[in-house]
Structure formats: structure tokens, C-alpha cells
Ligand binder design. Structure first.
Ligand code: ADP
Length: 244
């Protein structure tokens, strides 16, 4: 479903991703962990072409972008529609109601009929447990509720892959659970997901595969039971000891 092939990304002289290749099968959940500054967010942003790698390619489903070639805006736009991204800060439009926030992408980007988009948005908001809040404005919602709107919004374009960039790290601790529960629900539905998170319990319970990154490379990857219980690499062990 999703492939990254020999991705290099640098900011000025700083090489942030060094020959990253990975593969996520349909319906699988991959969790990326690693120290701050190791390149996790940049990797995710390259998958959505919010950052443009220097070389390598990414494929989602049947579409490939080869970054060594010249790419048109349309190619990038079309590619982006295949993934839904959930950010650390939810950035909802403050002047739009919750349901309008969720309809915005389908209506403006995909030119979906408004009634259809509204029905779909209502369905998604019900799925994330916010049917009561559809007509509220974002400022009336807690951080956890806003992030659940963020998830519904990312799903509204029917993405093939969901990308989560530390979706709970800006939340008060008591609000983390409700967001993780929604994410777990999506995983159980068989959605293909790539999740950058510091929530190790979530990684252990939900991930099919965990990737440990450090200094722009994938140091180690494996099933959570293996990576957490029997890490092979010294760097992985050090990181896990630090956070435990
Ligand atoms: P992580 O998500 O693992 O914390 P990031 O992908 O955010 O790591 O960052 C990796 C490295 O790239 C860091 O050294 C960070 O300072 C640098 N970096 C990230 N974004 C930019 C940018 N837009 N310009 C310059 N440097 C950046």
C-alpha cells in the first residue's frame, strides 16, 4: 500500500533522512518511535509531500512520485489526496463549526456535493464520538475533542493511508486516552496507518510493526513484542531504557 524507497532529505547542510526505505502493507499499523530530532516528523511529512526529499521515491497504492524527477503541482496535489494527516496541533478553522471543518476538504478540494459531504462528515463525527458537538465551534471543545475532529477531517477525503504526527503530545494527560481509543478503533477497522508517537503502550497494543529511528536512519524494526522485549541494537536498548 505504501512504500518509501531510498529517501534522502536535508535542510541546508543537515541531512535529516539518510536513505530511508520502508514498506507498509494494506491494513497494517506502523508506529515510528525515536528520540527528538531523529527525523520522524520529517519522514511523515515526506510521505505527504509537505517536505520534498532530495531523492528517492514514495508510492501509495498505484501512484509513485520520484523526487529525482521534475514534478508538477498537479502530480503532488493528486498524490497528497491519498493520505490524511493528523497533526500535533489540530489547526481547525476557528470561524467554521465542527461539521463545516470536516466538510471543508471534500467540498473545496474534491468538489463533492455539499449535502453528500455533510452526510459523510456527520457519519465521521459520530464515529469519533462527537455527534453532539457537530454544530459547536472549535473553541468550545476540549483539546481531545478538537483532535478527534482533526481525525474526522483527515478521514473525510477517504484517504488510503492515515498519517499521525504525535497526535496526543499537545494534550493534557487526561485527554490522551480518548484520542488513542479513536485511533485504535480505526486500526481495528483495518485502516493503513503510520503513527509517530511517544505513547509506548499504544505502540505495544496496536502496532503491527514498530520502527526505531535515530539520527535520520531506521536503526531497527520489528513486531512490538520483539522490538520492545528483545531489541537487537544497542541504540534501541538505550532509548527504551531512557523512556522506561
Ligand atoms: P523528530 O520528529 O524525530 O523530532 P524532525 O523530523 O522534526 O525530528 O527533525 C529532524 C531534524 O531536522 C532536526 O534536527 C530538526 O531540527 C531538523 N528540521 C526539521 N524541520 C526543519 C526545517 N524546516 N528547517 C531546518 N531544519 C529542520
Amino acid at each position: 500500500m505504501l512504500t518509501m524507497d531510498h529517501i534522502y532529505k536535508q535542510f541546508g547542510d543537515l541531512v535529516v533522512l539518510k536513505d530511508i526505505s520502508l514498506n507498509v502493507e494494506q491494513g497494517k499499523v506502523v508506529v515510528i518511535i525515536g528520540p527528538s530530532g531523529s527525523g520522524k516528523t520529517t519522514l511523515l511529512r515526506c510521505l505527504n509531500v509537505l517536505e520534498r526529499p532530495e531523492s528517492g521515491s514514495v508510492t501509495i497504492d498505484q501512484q509513485t512520485l520520484n523526487f529525482t524527477k521534475k514534478l508538477t503541482k498537479k502530480q503532488i496535489r493528486d498524490f497528497r489526496k491519498q493520505s490524511g494527516m493528523v497533526f500535533q496541533t489540530y489547526n481547525l478553522f476557528p470561524h467554521l463549526s465542527v461539521i463545516q471543518n470536516v466538510m471543508e476538504g471534500p467540498v473545496t478540494v474534491q468538489k463533492v456535493d455539499k449535502n453528500k459531504a455533510r452526510d459523510k462528515a456527520a457519519e465521521l463525527l459520530t464515529k469519533v464520538g462527537l455527534q453532539e458537538k457537530m454544530y459547536e465551534y472549535p473553541y468550545k471543545l476540549s483539546g481531545g475533542q478538537q483532535q478527534r475532529v482533526g481525525i474526522a477531517r483527515a478521514m473525510a477525503i477517504d484517504p488510503k493511508v492515515m498519517l499521525f504526527d504525535e497526535p496526543t503530545s499537545a494534550l493534557d494527560p487526561e485527554l490522551v486516552g480518548e484520542v488513542l481509543r479513536v485511533m485504535k478503533g480505526l486500526a481495528n477497522e483495518g485502516r493503513t496507518m503510520v503513527v509517530v508517537t511517544h505513547e509506548m503502550k499504544f505502540a505495544k497494543e496496536v502496532a503491527d510493526e514498530v520502527i526505531f529511528m535515530d539520527d535520520g536512519v531506521i536503526v531497527e524494526r520489528g513486531a512490538p513484542s520483539v522490538l520492545f522485549e528483545h531489541p537487537k541494537e544497542q541504540r534501541t536498548r538505550q532509548f527504551l531504557n531512557m523512556i522506561n
